[in-house]
Design a protein around this ligand. Structure first.
Ligand code: AKG
Length: 211
């Protein structure tokens, strides 16, 4: 095959993979509203988890993250992002049970969970991909929502050029969202600010992180 035709074929392949759909499934009500409220309350009992509010670099300045976080993982499994290294907290019996439930729903195992607390609608997480090298090229992320109902948005890395619309999910307490395949290569996600929301939301995003 002539070089030009080969190049054309390769370009088409690249284009197709760039337009890969997000591999996202939502499992509504992994936990009932009542059960999810019980878990939320238990996770927020003072001393149950060691919440941190780290500083990150934003537009060249050090600022406090607009949410609280905890990293719980098997021994030696650290998490590095935005210039932060988080050493693991130990699994509590409650988190072990939630991990089992999420593993059953996702059909795979996890060794770590990043827990985010959005104190109210002013807390958020901006556009990003969970594409740290430790997660591997096609990570499965099992993400459980508890507490306040919030939006969860996805956008393709090249959404402008390809006119790909934003995908918006409204996640209720007890819902599980699972991202797989090449989603973290081509799609960014965020939880935007929703200033009218006064209730707290907790998100547990389970992953398999290579130590
Ligand atoms: O709170 C969420 O639903 C998403 C959290 C998230 O994007 C992350 O931990 O990487």
């Amino acid at each position: 095959m002539p070089a030009a035709a080969q190049q054309q074929r390769q370009d088409r392949r690249n284009k197709l993979s760039l337009l890969a759909p997000a591999d996202v499934s939502v499992i509504p009500a992994l936990y009932t509203t009542k059960k999810a409220a019980e878990i939320t309350r238990a996770l927020l009992v003072p001393g149950e988890l060691t919440w941190r509010c780290d500083e990150i670099s934003m537009y060249g300045r050090r600022v406090k993250q607009p949410r609280l976080t905890v990293w719980v993982a098997d021994p030696g499994v650290t998490y590095r992002y935005s210039g932060i290294t988080m050493s693991p907290e130990s699994w509590t019996p409650q988190l072990v049970q939630i991990k089992k439930d999420v593993e059953n729903a996702a059909g795979c195992s996890f060794n770590s969970v990043l827990i985010n607390q959005y104190r109210d609608g002013n807390d958020y997480v901006g556009w990003h991909r969970d594409n740290e090298r430790e997660l591997g090229p096609e990570p499965v992320i099992g993400s459980l929502s508890l507490g306040a109902t919030r939006f969860f948005d996805l956008r393709h890395r090249d959404y402008r050029e390809n006119k790909i619309p934003l995908q918006r999910y409204e996640l209720n307490s007890g819902d599980l969202i699972i991202m797989r395949g090449t989603t973290q290569q081509y799609w960014q996600h965020r939880v935007p600010k929703q200033k009218r929301i006064t209730e707290t939301r907790i998100n547990l995003s389970f992953r398999m992180t290579r130590p």
